[in-house]
Design a protein around this ligand. Structure first.
Ligand code: SF4
Ligand code: MG
Length: 327
């Protein structure tokens, strides 16, 4: 399948008082129509910045795309005028965030905010826009949509508000939905419901879905492929089954070991020691080496590990992936 979205060699830099932070340092992603890609990693590894670059919402200082291509249906979004870019953002690629309140306006009812989208972008009448808004609230499984459409954002629970935000994002039928930590602020039961809803909507609409998360546990059931990011690079990329069954990168392995499991109740979780590096000061060689239990001399020397082909459609940036995968 030809990719819907094809990100090649993306570099994003931030000027900070400590120097240049390489937030994204040569990242590659592909998303096919109807595919769900999870982008995984701890915070500060470049996941959100990647999403913002795709959306074109960091084009203002201090963040800059310094290199790379972001092709949407073959067209490099980085070469579009701001006006065309805005159109893509409004109609084709939508994004939802962890905090629904920040993307909803507190002073208008959700029906008004949804209706505005239909009136402004689809030229609908007030009555039609309201009807469509109710439809959409029903699609995201908000009970009593017909009355709730007249409620304000603060009158919804956290989970329901997340559903409203999803409705807003889907209003103009995007082909790609990017969800940045969409369930992190919610409790576990609601998390699962929202993930289930996203998965259903993705299927019904045959959308491309990018799920950004630090939690490998929440994407296991819904993602087709996973890209694991560390220090601004994709360190492992593979199909969901391979990643969970036989991770090829020590970082992926460590993330997997940190997923809470029911059969481990009461046991200490293995969390990865240390923190991701400051992006102004990434370690020489493999950026993961100070935290890696497989590290040896070669890992502390430049060049950094390339994206080794582990199998068809599967890469890992680890010199010793064979050893890691074979364990
Ligand atoms: Fe660990 Fe070395 Fe592989 Fe990096 S290259 S992940 S330090 S074994
Ligand atoms: Mg983030």
């Amino acid at each position: 399948r030809a990719p819907l979205l094809d990100v090649t060699n993306l570099h994003v830099e931030f000027r900070t008082q400590y120097g240049v932070a390489k937030a994204v340092n040569g990242a590659n992603f592909r998303l096919a129509p109807g595919e769900t890609l999870a982008i995984l990693g701890e915070s500060g590894c470049g996941k959100s910045v990647t999403a913002q670059a795709i959306m074109g919402i960091l084009d203002t200082p201090p963040g800059y795309v310094t290199q790379g291509e972001i092709r949407y249906r073959g067209v490099d979004l980085l070469k579009l005028t701001e006006e065309k870019r805005r159109k893509v953002r409004a109609n084709r690629i939508a994004m939802i965030f962890q905090d629904a309140l920040s993307s909803l306006n507190p002073v208008y009812t959700v029906g008004f905010q949804l209706g505005e989208l239909f009136r402004k972008h689809r030229g609908m009448s007030r009555a039609d826009a309201k009807k469509r808004s109710i439809d959409l609230l029903e699609q995201v499984k908000i009970p009593a949509a017909r009355t709730r459409v007249d409620d304000y954002p603060h009158q919804f629970s956290g989970g329901m508000r997340q559903r409203v935000m999803i409705a807003m994002a889907l209003a103009l039928d995007p082909e790609v939905l990017i969800a940045d930590e969409p369930t992190t602020a919610l409790d576990v039961t609601v998390q699962a419901q929202i993930m289930g809803l996203l998965a259903d909507l993705q299927q019904q609409r045959n959308m491309g879905l990018i799920l950004i998360t630090h939690d490998m546990g929440v994407v296991a059931d819904v993602a087709d492929r996973i890209s694991v990011m560390y220090a601004g690079k994709v360190v492992e990329e593979a199909g969901i089954y391979d990643i969970y069954a036989r991770p090829a990168h020590p970082y992926t392995k460590a993330l997997l070991e940190s997923i809470p499991r029911l059969d481990m109740k009461g046991q200490q979780l293995s969390v990865i020691q240390g923190l991701p590096p400051l992006l102004t000061d990434v370690p020489k060689g493999c950026a993961f080496n100070p935290r890696c239990r497989y590290a040896r001399d070669a890992c502390r020397q430049d060049p950094a590990p390339p994206a080794y082909a582990v199998a068809p459609n599967r890469t890992a940036r680890c010199h010793f992936f064979r050893e890691v995968i074979g364990e």
